[in-house]
Design a protein around this ligand. Structure first.
Ligand SMILES: Nc1ncnc2c1ncn2[C@@H]1O[C@H](COP(=O)(O)OP(=O)(O)OP(=O)(O)O)[C@@H](O)[C@H]1O
Ligand SMILES: [Mg+2]
Length: 249
């Protein structure tokens, strides 16, 4: 289970006026990006929603140690992301918005085999295991094609396969469908929805968020609403509508 205890993320660089930030521009020196956040996340399906620049990706990256808190702690099954980063990343897989950020090999089967190498599967078993995982996401026929011949949706399937190959207990997905057309959005959303893993899904797709067990709303680096999907998404819509009145876009 993931637990955040007073987790605070700061950055050295001044952020200027970019993003959804209120108040005066910060002076040079550490600035608060997110938190402090206290959360315990036992639910099987959790959605994270919020405006651009609100801190969703920062929260997502905290969960597997891609970002470390400047203060406070993030624990996964009791392991501290700051001290046991490797063990945490074995448990928590991460799917990025842009599959090209995580595909490194020239063909799908080689890319998934590389993930298997990292998790200690013997060399002689990797090719067959990689093909099995690719078949699970519907890419069996394309296992040996050059990656550049795959569509954006197929590349996201490959990125998902490479993460699933490592058999994580938890999958954090940071807007995995944002770059995809409607048809591919549905394919990826359905696949993710049916995974056996616990899933934390950052999304702007409020229909997908409505299908989860719990929704977190991030605004200006804070969790401003947290609860069952229906009331929490209503609170998020109201927040966005109020913001439009204050500051027309
Ligand atoms: N290393 C950093 N240095 C300075 N500012 C940062 C850094 N990382 C994030 N930020 C700022 O913190 C804020 C939150 O960023 P984050 O990427 O978490 O937002 P987000 O909610 O994921 O946005 P989007 O919906 O656009 O993906 C942004 O204003 C961003 O510019
Ligand atoms: Mg983001």
């Amino acid at each position: 289970m993931i637990e955040l205890r007073g987790a605070l993320v700061t950055a050295e660089a001044p952020r200027g006026g970019v993003g959804r930030r209120r108040g005066p521009a910060p002076a040079d020196g550490p600035v608060r990006i997110l938190g402090p956040v206290d959360l315990t996340l036992p639910e099987r399906r959790i959605a994270v929603v919020g405006a651009n620049g609100s801190g969703k990706s920062t929260l997502a990256r905290l969960l597997n140690g891609l970002a470390l808190p400047a203060a406070g702690r993030v624990l996964v099954d009791g392991l501290d992301t700051a001290r046991d980063g490797h063990a945490v990343r074995r448990r928590v897989g991460f799917l990025f918005t842009d599959p090209d950020a995580q595909i490194v090999m020239p063909t799908p089967v080689e890319d998934v085999a590389l993930s298997l190498r990292r998790t200690g599967v013997p060399a002689g078993d990797r090719d067959a295991r990689a093909r099995e995982v690719l078949a699970r996401v519907g890419l069996a026929e394309r296992a040996d094609l050059p990656v550049r011949a795959l569509s954006g949706g197929q590349r996201q399937l490959l990125a998902l396969a490479a993460v699933l190959a490592t058999e994580p207990e938890i999958l954090v997905c940071d807007e995995p469908t944002t770059l995809l057309d409607l048809r591919w959005r549905r394919v990826i959303t359905d696949l993710v929805a049916h995974l056996e893993q616990q899933v934390v899904l950052v999304t702007h797709d409020l229909n997908a968020a409505a299908q989860t067990d719990r929704v977190l709303v991030v605004d200006d680096g804070r969790i401003v609403a947290d609860g069952a999907p229906e009331p929490t998404l209503a609170a998020y819509r109201a927040l966005m509508a109020a913001d439009d009145e204050v500051r027309p876009r």
